[in-house]
Write a protein that binds this ligand. Sequence first.
Ligand SMILES: [Fe+2]
Length: 361
Amino acid sequence: MKFYMPVRVYDEDECVKAHAKDIAALGNKALIVTGKHSAFANGSFDDVAEVLNDVKIEYSVFSEVEENPSVETVFAAKDKYASAGIDLVIGIGGGSPMDAAKAIALVLKHPEADPAYLYDKEKDASSLPIVCVPTTCGTGSEVTGVSVLTRHDKKTKISMVHKVFPTLALIDGKYLKGASQTLIVNSAMDALSHLYESVINAKADDYVRMTAAAGLKTWAKIKDVLSGAREMTKEDAGILMRASALAGMSIAGSGTSLPHALSYALTYDLSLPHGRAVGYFLPAFMEAAPAGERDELLNLSGFESVEEFRSFTGSVFGEQDVPAEELKRTYELVSSNAAKMKSASFTVDEEVLKQIVFWKK
Ligand SMILES: [Fe+2]
């Protein structure tokens, strides 16, 4: 067994400003990697910029990261900044900017890197130091080494093979303020899927169960915010972020399983948000899982049964129809991927996979 979580995590109010010195210790010239809008609207960019100015770190801003960032975007950043003397990368936002920041920090460290570098296990995985400032509550990317990138050549998303962990994660629930209910639901359901899939996983061990159990108990506290039963408070925002980080630590230990594998083509083809695409398959995956372990996980997160969980996902996501052709492509992609088929803690043959994919008769 191995517990490897090399990220220094701070989770507190005004976290970015409180840790200016920690940022300053990592470099002299930063590249801030963000999406186009939210980091500029929720105050996170301003906080980081203020701190960088205070500690006299020069910075450039690459704000071209799209939802589900592509390999092409990573190399657009490399082309632009390869000779700019960047020695620190700061990812601000949801999973997309943070995942892009990791890949960019990797290729900026290796001037010779081409797209194949990201998918070549033999290559050096060292990167520039990375600071992550999450502004959503699902990905957990601030504590994982994973960078999921869109591969237009394969018409899906594929994680790069290298594990590139941030050095520093600065977590502050205040950046969730103003996020839409839809974004909160999509990302919190992604976090929940990380917690379930990391445990119902061939690679799960007691360390994964430890972080997942803490994450599930934390997540249970905000279930009624997702259902709309009450408004999100400042405390809830912090709890949502914490559940997401604990879920990230769980998948850093064991990885995700079939709902994630199945989700990628749906996101690519239908532009379904990640949490929603994963959530489409999650209840059927839970139903197929061994009852003892499954019910324990459901109970920790506040559900008494698979039926209650299925009805909860139905109520937060609403009715979701996926075209039969799309489900067929998804099924074929995953059923032909031996590693994905073996990723769960229980035996998944073609029949079981069909139950999970085609659950909606
Ligand atoms: Fe995810």
